[in-house]
Design a protein around this ligand. Structure first.
Ligand SMILES: [Zn+2]
Length: 302
């Protein structure tokens, strides 16, 4: 079978501070994911500059609470440069929470109040508020939704109210499916490339019954790779390279979910992005897109 005309490559970033990854030597994790460090903001600038060299749009998923911080210049610049801004809830809330305790540390700590709302209502309020903040603060329309945390396939498919709510906001996708699990007894360093490749093959976009696309967190996230698998940068890059090769050879979509707060520490010179751009560009059919653009492509082929 001839290769598809286009090789879709979607690089995505969840803009939030990440536990135990920023900085490594600081064990005092506040759980306040919305307080974006200045260095992370500068890393976002570097991402935008490099993407520009490849005419690429990346996808940022942002938290509403981060948009209420005094300095959001970095996000305004990203939006103005044409990168997609997606909704990542207001306080990094668990969208499947059934009890107030499971929503997010912001509620258990008392920074935010549940009041007499149900967890479902809190989740919807967080998504609506973030939707509005993206429009008001960044002057762009939000492009889709990514759940805080990834879920095994099937988990979100059962959250019919959530999927319908996202659709009612005009979103065309939910990005939630994730499966970067180390096989039992396996050595993380040895297994990482195969896990990455498996998660590219098994986690391709699919449609929920209500028409919304699921665009999974394919491969390994940087979070799992560095925090759980404890990879070194070169081991991570090897795994990403195998994932790319799998997508190219099997004619699949390649996407990746990273966090500027993590890569700023472990990959300050953007080797991850350079590897993806260079490897994909060498195919001669790379298409560096965000998820909104990817949805249009998926619609055409459905
Ligand atoms: Zn997140």
């Amino acid at each position: 079978m001839p290769a598809q005309e286009r090789f879709p490559v979607a690089i995505t970033f969840d803009v939030e501070m990440a536990a135990k990854n920023w900085p490594y030597w600081d064990s005092d994790w506040t759980g306040r994911k919305h307080l974006i460090a200045d260095e992370v903001k500068l890393y976002v600038d570097k991402i935008n500059d490099l993407a520009d060299e490849y005419d690429a749009h990346v996808h940022y998923f942002v938290m509403g609470a981060a948009l209420q911080q005094p300095d959001i210049r970095y996000l305004r610049d990203a939006a103005a440069a044409g990168h997609a801004i997606g909704n990542h809830t207001y306080s990094h809330v668990s969208v499947i929470a059934k009890t107030p305790e499971n929503l997010s540390p912001s509620y258990t700590r008392g920074d935010l109040q549940v009041g007499n709302r149900s967890p479902r209502q809190v989740v919807e309020d967080e998504i609506s508020l973030t939707h509005r903040l993206i429009q008001e603060e960044l002057d762009v329309e939000p492009v889709g939704f990514r759940t805080p945390g990834g879920f095994r396939s099937g988990t979100i498919a059962n959250e019919l109210e959530l999927l319908d709510f996202l659709k009612s906001l005009g979103y065309r996708f939910c990005s939630a499916a994730y499966d970067g699990v180390l096989p039992e007894g396996a050595d993380a360093t040895t297994a990482a490339p195969e896990v990455f490749a498996r998660c590219i093959r098994d986690l391709q976009p699919f449609r929920y019954p209500n028409g919304l696309w699921e665009i999974p967190l394919m491969g390994l996230t940087d979070c799992i790779a560095f925090r759980v698998f404890k990879l070194m940068l070169n081991e991570w890059l090897d795994a990403v390279a195998i994932g790319l090769r799998t997508a190219i050879e099997d004619d699949l979509v390649f996407s990746i979910c990273c966090h500027p707060a993590i890569l700023a520490v472990v990959d300050p010179h953007l080797h991850t992005m350079r590897l993806i751009f260079q490897t994909a560009a060498a195919t001669g059919r790379a298409w560096f897109c965000h998820y909104g653009e990817l949805c249009e492509w998926l619609d055409e082929r459905a």
